[in-house]
Design a protein around this ligand. Structure first.
Ligand code: GTP
Ligand code: MG
Length: 465
């Protein structure tokens, strides 16, 4: 059932959810035992009364069509749908930068209030992060709950976290988001209790301080546990550092997990929703001709991924940073594919993975005519065209990766001072050491290493004899 009809009312979406099953060998170390989802994941189906009926709002210098469709809010709409809200309308205000105190200008807020009343909306979702003051101002002016982009994404993450690592990362993100906003919760409370001002300040401030300290303490505990999980994973995977590592990256919903399943048979969650995958899974991938690599499925990217969320998902993204090759999966069914592949590159840059070789793979080509698929492949510089669903192109993908894995390593002789532990650790982790010899001050070795690593350690590379 949809909301009242309005020119701004959104299309309905039918989501298909499937979980692949397979009798395959267990996951390699980074795939932890799935644990029961946290309580938030088991939310009951919303009833008419507690259903979230949202209006999306955004501002920016972009001109949006007069008909209220505001394509700039497409991604936010998908996020809202994934979080379980029904989107009733979109409202866009064209302005260079948001109003400092209230995000939207007062006229637009008026319009929003009226629209929400007409449509029976009970939630407003803003396309960017809001300051606590902006939220307060908007909630007061609209008499509606206001949620910002980070809150929405964290909510989706919380619903999708299925492993210990994912749950810890989500809790970390939640606390980091809440910490600077504690004051806001307290001002709300003091208003409700009629407090504020002289007399009520003492206990409030004290409580605030206690809460702040508790949050900081919990953040530290979470960080420590994440580091411990990560180092356990690295220890377990230690013997495999010589293996060529491939990571699937791409915009969320591009079909990375489906491709992972098609290539390795891994039992991974596949959903027509954003952020279905929150933790990395690594599996052996047989490329044929006796060549085997490690393949990791990773969390999907979106445009404007809030920075603190990237930081919380450090461990998950470590898999991306440690890869020898990134398979950048692009969704052929997405009209915005070229722009979105660019935002994937922006995130790769933000996490320091921009120098890892990238192979663009156009997935879901079953959705396009072959000629159309070729044109899009050109636009996004795709090297291989596949359909993870039908199996088209999978052989070509294996061949392309095989070529890359075999050809990339170079043999070099290096002399590294013992004092440069970082360089030695890099070589131990990222190169295949064929022979090494220690003196008191240095280590001389012959190693097979990637051109990137060789360039980084060029000052230690010995001239060829
Ligand atoms: N038509 C078609 N649909 C596909 C193909 N590959 C994946 N899909 C569908 O696309 C949707 C998303 O697939 P996933 O594999 O979960 O995508 P993902 O990139 O892992 O998404 P996140 O984990 O959310 O970032 C699912 O409904 C899949 O069935 C394909 O080759 N063709
Ligand atoms: Mg996935």
């Amino acid at each position: 059932m949809r909301g009242p009809s309005d020119r701004r009312t959104e299309r309905g979406h039918a989501s298909s959810t499937r979980r692949r099953k397979g009798s395959h060998p267990p996951d390699l170390p980074s795939g932890e035992e799935p644990k029961a989802p946290p309580a938030r994941a088991a939310r009951p189906e919303p009833t008419e009364a507690d259903e979230e009926r949202a209006i999306l709002v955004g501002t920016g210098p972009e001109v949006q069509p007069e008909d209220g469709t505001a394509p700039a809010l497409d991604e936010l709409s998908e996020l809202a749908r994934t979080a379980g809200a029904r989107v009733f309308a979109r409202l866009w205000q064209r302005r260079e930068r948001p109003e400092a105190a209230s995000y939207l200008g007062s006229g637009k807020l008026q319009e929003l209030r009226q629209l929400a009343g007409e449509l029976g909306a009970n939630l407003v979702i803003a396309d960017t992060d809001l300051t606590p003051a902006q939220v307060r101002h908007m909630e007061e002016a609209l008499n509606l709950r206001v949620v910002d982009r980070s809150e929405l994404i964290i909510d989706i993450f919380a619903q999708h976290a299925r492993t210990r690592q994912a749950s810890l990362q989500v809790e970390l993100a939640q606390l980091q988001y809440q910490a600077p906003r504690l004051k806001r919760m307290w001002t709300h409370l003091s208003r409700i209790t009629g407090g504020g001002g002289i007399g009520s300040r003492g206990p409030g401030e004290k409580q605030l301080e206690v809460d702040r300290r508790l949050i900081q303490k919990r953040i530290l505990v979470l960080r420590e546990e994440l580091v411990e999980l990560e180092s356990r994973r690295v220890r377990q995977a230690g013997s495999r550092t010589d293996v060529f590592k491939v990571a699937l990256v791409g915009y969320t919903n591009a079909g990375k997990s489906t491709l992972m399943h098609a290539l390795t048979g891994a039992d991974v969650l596949i959903e027509d929703k954003l952020f279905a995958t929150l933790d990395t899974r690594t599996r052996r991938w047989e490329l044929g001709r006796g060549l085997e690599v490690l393949l990791s499925d990773t969390v999907g990217f979106i445009e404007k991924l809030p920075h603190h969320l990237v930081a919380s998902f450090h461990a998950t993204l470590e898999e991306v940073r440690g890869a020898d090759l990134l398979i950048h999966v692009v969704n052929a069914g997405d009209p915005d594919a070229p722009r979105r592949s660019q935002s994937v590159r922006d995130v790769l840059k933000a996490i320091g993975a921009e120098f890892i070789p990238e192979m663009v793979v156009l997935n879901k080509v079953d959705l396009l005519e072959p000629a159309e698929a070729m044109i899009l492949a050109g636009k996004v510089s795709a090297r291989v065209l596949v359909s993870a669903r039908t199996g088209t192109g999978i052989e070509d993908l294996c061949a392309a990766v095989r070529e890359q894995a075999a050809a990339r390593l170079e043999i070099a002789r290096l002399e590294v001072p013992i004092a440069d532990g970082r360089a030695l650790a890099l070589l131990a982790g990222r190169a295949r050491i064929l022979e090494q010899h220690f003196s008191d001050t240095s280590c001389t070795m012959t190693a097979a290493l990637s051109p990137e690593l060789k360039a980084k350690l060029l000052h230690y590379v010995l001239p060829e004899e």
